[in-house]
Structures are given as C-alpha cells and as structure tokens.
Design a protein around this ligand. Structure first.
Ligand SMILES: [Zn+2]
Length: 478
C-alpha cells in the first residue's frame, strides 16, 4: 500500500444523506482506492501515512464546465446587458488574446481550481489539446477536453449569423483527433463541443450525433442560454426555443450534455431530465451575465443528473474557484425557491462531485470515495477558520461548514490519481507566485492592446470608463 489517510472524517458522496464516516482510514495503491474502514483492519502498513485527525476528506471536486483560457479577461465584461456581453464587452478583448495569453490565463485558472479542491476540469476551448498538454496535464489534473465547434462565418448587427460548415471543418477534424489522442493519455477523456444551436449548422449536429452514437461519445453544448440565442433560432428555424429545435431533430438524448438551460421552460427541463440529458449549471457565470440562477435544483427535483462549473471568469465568476460556485449554487437555489430546505449541503456537494462525474461520463472511475475507484481526493483542514470549529457529535457540521465557507476553506492535501498535487498546503505541480506574476504581466499588456477596441465596441461598461464616467481614473485627481 502506497498511502494511508489515517483516522479522518470522510464524506464519500456515495450516500444520499451526509453520511459522515468518523475515524476512518483510506488506503491507496497504484493510484486506486483499495481500502476504506478502520485503521485496525488495514491489510498492510502503508509506505506513507497522512494523519487525518483534523481533516475532512471528500471526493475531489469536479468542475464540469470551464473556459480557463479566458481567465485574463476577468473584470472587463460584468454588469452589462446579456445581449452585449459576448459581442460588445468580451469580444474586443478575446480577439486580442494570443496563445500565450490563453496559456497564462489557463494556468492561473488551473491553479485556482487545484487550490479549491478540484481534481477534474472539463475544459471547453478551441484547440483544446494544446491547452491540456501545456497546462492541465503538467499541473496533474484530470481533464475532459471539449473541442469547440463553431460555424459562425459572420455576425451581421441585428441579423441572423451567417453559418458555414467550412468554418467548422478544421474544428471537427481536431475533435476527431482529440478522441484518438486521449485514448492513450492517462487522466484524459473527451467530448464533442458544438458551441450552441445558433452557432453550428443542423448538418453538423446530425453528423456529430451519428458519430457519437457509433462510438459511445458525448456532445457538450451551451443550451437555452438567453435572448441572443433564442432570437437567432426563432429567425432561422421558426422555433420558439432551443428545446423545441432539439425535440424536432430527435436530439433529446443522453449523449447530449446541456450546459446552462436557464432559458428552458420547466416542462422542457423535466423532459430533458427524464430523457437522461445531464445538466451542467454555472451559478456565478449565469447570475452575472443573465441575472438568473441556473436550474440545478429543479433539474434534480425532476430526477435529472446535474453538475456545476465555473464557466468563465469575465462575467460573474471572476475565477475558477469551485468552492465559490458550490456556495453560490447552494444559496441561490434557496433565493429562487424562497425555501431554505432547497438544495441541502449534502446535495450540492454531491452535484459538485459524483453529479459532475456522471455528467461527464467518468463516474465509473471518480466522483466518490469507494474501493475500486481512482484516488481523486480532497482533504480540507478543519483546524483553521472558517472550517474550524467543526465538531461531529450532533451533525455533519464539517460538510455544512465546507459548503458555506466558499473559497475560505483550506485544502491541506489534494490527490489526483493517487499523486499528491497539494501536500501539506503546498501546491506541488505549479509555482503559484510565478503563475500569478506571468498572468499579471500578460493581462496588463493584453488590456493595453485591446483598450481602444473595447472602448469603441459600445458596451455600457465602456461608456462608464470613458472621460467623465464613474470608472475614470482621473477622478482620483479631482
Ligand atoms: Zn461555457
């Protein structure tokens, strides 16, 4: 046995209720969980041990939807109307980004993920393989790579997008190559990423579904994500919703993984949940961009599978700290329903672990602490505020305190595939100060380059930053 986590407080995610196991020992051999039980019954002595007496041990968190490559654009696209967000606020900056900007941003995003207990990130990007190879895998993460397929040739102002299959040809080929590549790469799997129903042709959706049916693969799509998408679909296909288009084409299918779906009606959500379409909600992102709480709780109530994701930083999220998303989802569900019993702590924690793993199709290997699964495990320090104090005698206070702590919770140890990615509070695979310094320098440079285009794009946020606006730096001098 390589490693033993001895006498810890363990929440396995395999129970429906908090089900805290106290004084419990976990044994790991060759990256696999081989023992869960009393220390006294350990079959052999582990070569290395971690004292679990002051640790809350949970399955590694699953960030089921992220665009970490956009991390350097944080702060330039919040507080604008949804219709402006992508084209007027974010677009002028992302168009200026080069590969090194995306890599520096992704590295910072991955650092944030690791430091918040995340062991799997589903990365959604164009040319995602190079990002994964350069950033995610060297950082020790488990990754689901999703190649973005987008066929928008032009976006005439106030009109239908021009779609062209030729525009997506290279991305479709990259997606196929990605599946072949990940087959031999440890800690890595893949999905197709048709960006949204208004951004790819129906022919491409048909082709991807056909490929997915033949091969057992999945498609991950941004779905029912607001007014911009709905107007495009209405104009092009004469349908009133994204769901209507899905149903008309027979695409309400478990091979489809729906991100967002906050624009779907309750009936549509129920039908998708019943049909086995997993939902990935992105609480901060969608609150920030659309002013809406993603329908995670209602999806669960319909019996659906749900995960959560950090999505992108320039919007409501600000970072890839999944603990903040857990807290946001937990509280926002209560605000939406007006009922404090909605989405209890154990349920949102299941969403962020085994739920995300199910949505990504990797629940056979990770998502819960069970003998036979890979050792993707997060250990939180119960001796520092805000997790301290967390007594266990009258309830699952460590779980409740973890969910409400958000980013304040400290990861003491993080294991991915049995490897210690955080050891005694220190990240082993990245140099945090160097990552942050690089991101700061590159963001300064990027924002300087994009400044003119961003101001000229006409978002209401840019108006506020122009001469005399509330964000004008000259104010300090007056
Ligand atoms: Zn997204």
């Amino acid at each position: 046995m390589d490693l033993g986590i001895i006498d810890a407080t363990v929440w396995t995610a395999s129970d429906e209720r908090p089900g805290l196991l106290t004084d419990t020992t976990i044994g790991i051999t060759d990256g696999e969980i081989v023992y869960l039980g009393d220390r006294a019954s350990l079959p052999t002595s582990p070569r290395r041990t971690i004292d679990g007496a002051d640790l809350l041990v949970i399955p590694g968190l699953v960030d089921a939807h992220a665009h970490t490559g956009l991390r350097l654009a944080a702060g330039i696209a919040q507080d604008v109307p949804e219709i402006e967000w992508m084209t007027h606020a974010l677009g002028p900056v992302t168009r200026e980004m080069d590969d090194d900007d995306r890599i520096a941003g992704a590295r910072l995003g991955v650092l944030e993920a690791i430091q918040s207990g995340v062991t799997t990130v589903a990365e959604y990007a164009g040319e995602v393989r190079s990002l994964i190879e350069t950033v995610h895998l060297p950082a020790g993460l488990r990754v689901v790579g999703i190649e973005t397929i987008n066929e928008v040739a032009a976006r005439p102002e106030g009109d239908m997008y021009e779609l062209d299959r030729g525009v997506g040809e290279a991305a479709r080929q990259r997606a196929e190559a990605l599946f072949e590549w990940v087959a031999d790469v440890p800690r890595c799997s893949a999905m197709y990423g048709p960006q949204a129903l208004d951004m790819v042709t129906l022919e491409t959706m048909d082709e991807l579904f056909e490929r997915a049916t033949d091969t057992g693969r999945r498609l991950c799509i941004h779905l029912a994500q607001g007014g911009r998408e709905r107007r495009q679909l209405e104009a092009r296909y004469d349908v009133s919703s994204a769901y209507e288009l899905l149903e008309a084409n027979d695409w309400v299918d478990p091979r489809l993984v729906a991100v967002h779906a906050h624009g779907a009606t309750e009936t549509a959500r129920e039908r998708m949940a019943t049909a086995g379409v997993p939902l990935i909600g992105c609480p901060s992102s969608i609150a920030g961009i659309d002013g809406i709480n993603p329908p995670v709780a209602s999806y669960l109530a319909h019996g659906g599978t749900a995960g959560i994701g950090s999505d992108q930083a320039p919007g409501g999220g600000g970072s890839h700290t999944l603990l903040n998303e857990i807290r946001q989802a937990w509280l926002a569900a209560k605000l939406t329903s007006g009922d404090p019993t909605t989405l209890p702590v154990w349920e949102i924690l299941r969403v962020a672990t085994i739920g995300g793993a199910r949505a990504l199709g990797i629940d056979d290997i990770v998502g819960s602490i069970e003998v036979g699964k890979r050792a993707d495990i997060a250990c939180f320090d119960l001796t520092t505020s805000p997790l301290a104090p967390s007594p266990t005698s009258i309830g699952a206070t460590p779980v409740a305190n973890l969910v409400s702590a958000g980013a304040g919770a400290a990861v003491a140890y993080l294991l991915i595939d049995g490897e210690l990615v955080i050891n005694n509070g220190y990240v082993q695979t990245l140099e945090p100060i160097a990552v942050e310094t690089d991101a700061i320098e590159r963001a300064d440079n990027l924002h300087d380059r994009a400044r003119r285009a961003w101001l000229d794009a006409g978002s209401s946020l840019a108006d506020a930053s122009t001469e005399g606006g509330p964000f004008t730096s000259d104010d300090a001098a007056h």
